[in-house]
Design a protein around this ligand. Structure first.
Ligand code: AHM
Ligand code: MG
Length: 284
């Protein structure tokens, strides 16, 4: 059953990738649940995904960054697919790599029920990472098929540091922590599309991606169900560690609503160990 979901994700990736090449880059006059103005491409990608999953009888419901509510499909089916149809879409106009993110939950939208995740990267090449047990990298070949490239594994420590949000809204703790990583020789890499930034760190073997709490967004920006947990699943299965700054894992979070956000940190072991030295425990 899961294989059918993965096959559908492959078809979706090819379709969205083709649309991105030639579609209208304009905005719609709608905002999504998190208040971002939707691009026509966000809506188109959401429609492609909805249409493809509507054919699958093993999918119970869909949860999308671009839909206010959960969309029910087959009441007695087992899987709920939560997705960000086009992450980083505001970077299409500058021709940067962007992607789609998918989390597959069994029966209920709870962190421990996430059973698989996947993301596609629309860059110079079309790549797909699919993870149940270990993350696997695939790349579209000349024949239009996704070819398995390799298993992905993080090293104990990396060299890259990607951190988001407006720096004037960072806490002193976050600013000191990030400065320390640069003091230790880390290089800055941040494009503004989490898919590409997390993909780069994963493929280069390690480092840190963070989107912290800020004064104007105390719960961060990135969405738990369809951005944060799918990547946390992949990073932890690649031998990395995740946290909200204080927790031992992003999987410790309680879900209260579908568009909930959280501060988030994804890294190899060493960087997250340093994170805990700086952040300490929430209550001092
Ligand atoms: P989107 O899903 O609307 O594209 O927004 C999510 C993106 C992430 O890909 C990225 O990490 C973050 O927003 C960038 O935000 P900022 O510019 O505040 O660092
Ligand atoms: Mg996104």
């Amino acid at each position: 059953m899961m294989e059918r979901i993965f096959e559908t994700i492959k078809q979706i990736a090819v379709k969205i990738s083709n649309e991105i090449k030639f579609a209208d880059l304009g905005y719609t006059d709608h905002a999504n649940a998190t208040g971002d103005t939707q691009l026509k491409l966000d809506v188109l990608s959401d429609e492609i995904i909805t249409r493809e999953f509507a054919n699958l009888d093993c999918v119970k419901a869909l949860v999308s960054e671009e839909k206010d509510e959960m969309l029910s499909l087959n009441e007695n089916a087992k899987f709920i697919v939560a997705y960000d149809p086009l992450d980083g879409s505001s970077l299409v106009d500058v021709n940067f790599a962007i992607g789609s993110i998918f989390g597959i939950y069994e029966n209920e939208l709870k962190p421990e029920n996430l059973v698989a995740s996947a993301y596609s990267v629309y860059g110079p090449r079309l790549e797909l990472v699919i993870c149940t047990d270990k993350p696997k990298l695939y790349r579209l070949n000349k024949e239009g098929k996704f070819q398995f490239i390799k298993d992905l594994q993080l090293k104990e420590k990396g060299k890259l540091n990607a951190t988001g949000a407006t720096q004037k809204g960072w806490s002193d703790t976050h600013a000191k922590f990030i400065r320390e990583l640069f003091e230790r020789g880390y290089r800055l890499r941040y494009s503004g599309a989490m898919v590409s930034d997390l993909h780069q760190i994963l493929l280069k073997g390690g480092g840190l991606f963070s989107y912290p709490a800020t004064t104007d967004a105390p719960n961060g920006k990135l969405r738990v169900l369809f951005e944060v947990l799918p990547f946390a699943f992949i990073y932890e299965r690649a031998g990395g560690v995740t946290s909200d700054g204080y927790s031992a894992s992003l999987f410790d979070i309680k879900i209260e609503k579908i568009h909930q956000t959280t501060p988030c940190f994804f890294g190899s072991k060493e960087e997250i160990k340093t994170l805990h030295e700086f952040y300490g425990s929430k209550n001092g």
